[in-house]
Design a protein around this ligand. Structure first.
Ligand SMILES: Nc1ncnc2c1ncn2[C@@H]1O[C@H](COP(=O)(O)OP(=O)(O)OP(=O)(O)O)[C@@H](O)[C@H]1O
Ligand SMILES: [Mg+2]
Length: 481
């Protein structure tokens, strides 16, 4: 039973935090989504850039290959056939002649190699890279496709963003374009006779590295933006979390306060009942004590002080019972329009013999134009007396009691009662209005609790300022009529 109550409470406390737990999950999942999105975006963009680069380079190579085809045919094939009867590149003279023509065409064009394959056998007849000349089987499927009359390209690339790290092998990329080497008719147009295959190899490593750089910057920027967003989200969530936690604590505190108030209310009823029950027998004991005092005086003179003790102590007990009853069952104020100065003077007059006894100087400064207040005279008198007596007790022998009234700018009545007694520490000051808080042997600790109740039941307010060893001032604010 107790366990299920606890679980219920835990769930209740957790209830307020639930939405923010969801927001936390949202923060982390949004981070993952953003990461995937950034990678996808960088892949799409770099892929497109690659395609654009490939298309442009391929077009460029095709145009170049066409020029090579025309130039080589006119400037090399025709004159060689006329001069030597046939083409034999094994003849160094023919080779040099072709090499000069090719080199003059590709000069300054960022072409890595130009290779010409034979049409009969897959053999390299000519290449700007001399190491390749005479090698067999170098032309792959692209060579065979070209022999069918179809121009085509092959892109080979190696390297990822990790190859941008200094010290690692830099990324490399090559575009090989294969076109059929055709005979050229007199009018300049190409015929269908294919004499070989021209391969143009272009080094695109620089462009490819740029694309990888672009890819890495996209990833870098996306990750940075994402991290910033994530941090902002996290700080919002953690702030909201703190607010929720504080609210939850506050709620629990209020609940605890409410429970305490309920317990105090029960206690109050109990105290009121007990006090009420004690009051009548106490009255009987007191009057019996008074009768006894008179009789003892006659029967055993000199012992009447014993009966006197009974009378005095029952009187003190009666005062305590009355205070308990006042606190437990506060009287409903019956207000009437009254001169507040008058009530204050009455209370001061009541304590004045005690003041002279304790050698306390009274400094009374009452505003003669003070507006009237709507107060229950008896209750208000009790409240003022509590404060005055406390001041007197705080000063002991000697001291000064300042009592003043004035009208505040906003029209309220202000009553100030200050003493230069022992004063209070901040901790004590925070507790003085709590019921039963006292540091006196014969005090109940209910005086100020009752006083505060009375002032608040008059729609007023009470404040205290105090300095240890220097004094205390109570200020009462009361609405004027
Ligand atoms: N003027 C003051 N100077 C210093 N301490 C004060 C002053 N007024 C109140 N206090 C402190 O506040 C406590 C509570 O005061 P309160 O009047 O409620 O109870 P009490 O005076 O101790 O007992 P009683 O019920 O007899 O009034 C006092 O015990 C005292 O420590
Ligand atoms: Mg008191």
């Amino acid at each position: 039973m107790i366990e299920s109550e606890k679980e219920k409470q835990a769930k209740e406390n957790d209830g307020g935090l639930q939405p923010f737990k969801l927001v936390k999950y949202f923060t982390f999942s949004s981070l993952a989504v953003m990461l995937v999105f950034a990678l996808l975006l960088s892949w799409i963009i770099s892929n497109n850039a690659r395609k654009v680069m490939l298309n442009q380079s391929e077009e460029y190579s095709l145009v170049l290959a066409e020029t090579l085809n025309q130039q080589v045919f006119r400037r090399f094939v025709l004159p060689t056939v006329v001069r030597y009867g046939n083409i034999a590149l094994s003849n160094p003279e023919q080779f040099d002649a072709l090499d000069k023509i090719v080199s003059s065409i590709i000069q300054g064009m960022k072409i890595k190699t130009v290779t010409i394959y034979d049409s009969q056998v897959n053999i390299t007849s000519y290449s700007t890279d001399l190491k390749l000349v005479g090698k067999e089987g170098l032309g792959g499927p692209e060579y065979h496709r070209s022999l069918q009359g179809e121009s085509n390209s092959l892109l080979t690339s190696t390297g990822t963003i990790f190859n941008l790290v200094p010290g690692s092998t830099p990324p490399s990329c090559e575009l090989q374009t294969f076109i059929p080497f055709r005979q050229v008719r007199q009018g300049g147009e190409s015929s269908d006779v294919i004499m070989g295959v021209i391969e143009i190899t272009k080094d695109l490593s620089r462009e490819y590295t740029n694309i990888i750089r672009l890819q890495s910057s996209i990833i870098g920027i996306s990750v940075t933006v994402m991290m910033i967003l994530f941090l902002i989200l996290r700080s919002i969530v953690s702030r909201a979390d703190n607010i929720m936690e504080r609210r939850n604590e506050e709620r629990l505190r209020l609940k605890e306060k409410l429970n305490q108030a309920e317990r105090l209310a029960h206690l109050g009823t109990m105290v009121a009942t007990v006090s009420h029950e004690i009051k009548s027998p106490l009255g009987i004991v007191r009057s019996t004590g008074e009768i006894l005092e008179k009789r003892i005086k006659k029967v055993a003179p000199g012992n009447e002080h014993l009966a006197r003790i009974i009378v005095e102590e029952t009187g003190r007990l009666n005062d305590i019972v009355i205070e308990f009853l006042d606190f437990a069952r506060p009287q409903e104020p019956r207000p009437e329009i009254t001169n507040v100065n008058g009530v204050l003077e009455k209370a001061v007059n009541f304590i004045s013999p005690k003041l002279s006894e304790q050698d306390i100087k009274l400094n009374l400064s009452l505003d003669q134009n003070l507006p009237s207040g709507n107060i229950d005279v008896n209750l208000f008198y009790r409240a003022l007396l509590n404060i005055l007596v406390n001041g007197m007790q705080a000063m002991g022998e000697g001291g000064q009691l300042d009592v003043s009234t004035r009208r505040a700018d906003d029209g309220w009545i202000v009553i100030a009662i200050g003493d230069n007694g022992c004063g209070m520490s901040e901790e004590k000051l925070a507790r003085i209005f709590q019921p039963f808080f006292t540091d006196k042997h014969k005090g109940t600790g209910l005086g100020l609790a009752i006083t505060k109740n009375i002032i608040e039941s008059h729609n007023g307010d009470i404040h205290v300022t105090s300095e240890p060893d220097s004094g205390t001032t109570f200020t009462i604010l009361l609405p004027a009529v």
